[in-house]
Design a protein around this ligand. Structure first.
Ligand SMILES: *Cc1c(COP(=O)(O)O)cnc(C)c1O
Length: 422
């Protein structure tokens, strides 16, 4: 599409946007009484108006039924983890049995690494991206130490080439091949939180498997942002949180994917709890853990119904919008932002966009690397009613979310940014 740098053009895109009605389904935060330019759906997604209703239903059932709600509430709590499966499976490109909502992201990463990082004396190395989100770094480091290995000799972090900002797929594939005799696990973000790079999940998985390694992904910035095909791509396992693009609220219940081919590997070592135990016998309280087949077998505790109700509310909106339509709009919306940033005339001089310009190698986020006075520019944006986010040392992350952001907002952001640069 031929973009134009005018408000009228942005408004035309909004008028003809097939997903325009979805914005009204969300509460839009205000700054000084005015609707904010909210571009932080990558950090905390906005609240669907329906969330309150979903929560109220569970609160009402709890008030009226007490413990009987486990069986007799509208959505019986005993089976609550089943209700989000379909929606999660759609977004993950998975079968319902391959996904389940549970715990929090870092907890899930540990739990799945217990099963899928099985280092031996000869095969123990992990390949991952350099500069991964801190929690992932800590998880890997502590898992490696837990198995008695030295993190410095075990974790291989892949950096971009000199004068480049994102890692080339060919470099990832060749590193995997190079370490193939010692490699136990390949683990990457889906979308890198800092640069916004979408890694090539299929190619990385193929290369990892060819090297005899297990392959997992942290989809914190990918679920609900990009179209995923975890099942087809043969990914072994994945984890995500639900408070970013999934709009399930602060501290929301997270989720996991375990590929079908591992569904009945009951001998895989795992840390167990009663909610992962064979469903028909769960309440017999017998000795001897018998895992459920599929992702369910990794659950530990009874389901957090209130957070899951919020997740359910949000997944219903994703179902109505359809991830394919969201992807189409996302490419256009972020493409428009990229175009407008290029139009400022300050690219290269005052800022750079770190995120790949190839739309297949990114989601909706653009990471703007400020060459000078970045914090000052960011403060001007904030004063003007923009909610974006600042990442040390000098990156402004902007994520136009196709469910609720508009082309006009992107236009207004670019205008404010341009003024701030002057
Ligand atoms: C947001 C995010 C986290 C946060 O972990 P929690 O366990 O949800 O607190 C971890 N890793 C990545 C890549 C993230 O983007």
């Amino acid at each position: 599409m031929q973009f134009e740098n005018t408000l009228a053009f942005a408004r035309t895109l909004d008028r003809t946007d097939p997903l325009k009605k979805f914005r009204a389904l969300f509460h839009l935060p205000k700054v000084k009484g005015k609707t904010a330019l909210y571009f932080t759906g990558n950090s905390l997604g906005l609240q669907p108006k329906s969330t309150r209703q979903f929560l109220t239903e569970e609160l009402t059932d709890w008030a009226q039924l007490g413990v009987e709600g486990h069986l007799h509430s509208k959505r019986p709590w005993l089976y609550y983890h089943k209700f989000t499966k379909k929606g999660l499976a759609l977004l993950a490109g998975a079968k319902p049995a391959e996904v389940v909502a549970m715990n929090h992201l870092t907890v899930n990463l540990h739990l799945l690494m217990v099963s899928f990082y099985r280092p031996t004396k000869s095969r123990f190395k992990i390949i991952t991206e350099a500069g991964a989100f801190s929690s992932d770094q800590y998880a890997l480091e502590s898992q490696v130490k837990f198995h008695g290995f030295d993190p410095d000799k075990t974790i291989i972090e892949l950096n971009p080439r000199k004068h480049e900002y994102t890692v080339r797929t060919e470099d990832i594939l060749s590193a995997i091949h190079q370490h193939k005799d010692e490699l136990a696990l390949v683990i990457f973000g889906g979308v890198q939180y800092y640069t916004g790079q979408l890694f090539d999940i299929r190619k990385i998985t193929q290369a990892g498997h060819a090297a005899g390694a297990v392959v997992g992904f942290d989809l914190a910035h990918a679920m609900g942002n990009v179209k995923l095909n975890l099942h087809k791509d043969q990914v072994d396992f994945a984890v995500w949180c639900s408070y970013k693009y999934l709009n399930a609220g602060p501290g929301a219940v997270a989720g996991v994917f375990v590929h079908e081919r591992h569904a009945k590997r009951f001998n895989l070592p795992r840390f167990a709890g009663w909610w992962g135990h064979h469903e028909q016998e769960r309440f017999q309280m017998k000795k001897g853990f018998i895992p459920m087949a599929g992702a369910d077998g990794w659950q530990l505790s009874n389901h957090p119904v209130l957070p899951a109700a919020a997740l359910l509310a949000s997944l219903e909106i994703f179902r109505q919008a359809g991830i394919k339509h969201l992807q189409t709009k996302s490419i256009l919306l972020t493409g428009y932002l990229e175009y407008l940033l290029n139009q400022t005339g300050y690219v290269g001089e005052k800022f750079l966009v770190l995120t790949p310009s190839d739309k297949r190698a990114r989601g909706c986020q653009l990471s703007i690397y400020m060459k000078q006075q970045g914090k000052k520019v960011f403060d001007v944006l904030t004063k003007a009613g923009v909610i974006a986010d600042w990442r040390e040392p000098s990156v402004i992350r902007v994520a136009p979310v196709p469910l609720y952001n508009t082309f006009e907002e992107v236009y207004r952001f670019a205008k404010i940014f341009n003024e701030a640069l002057k």
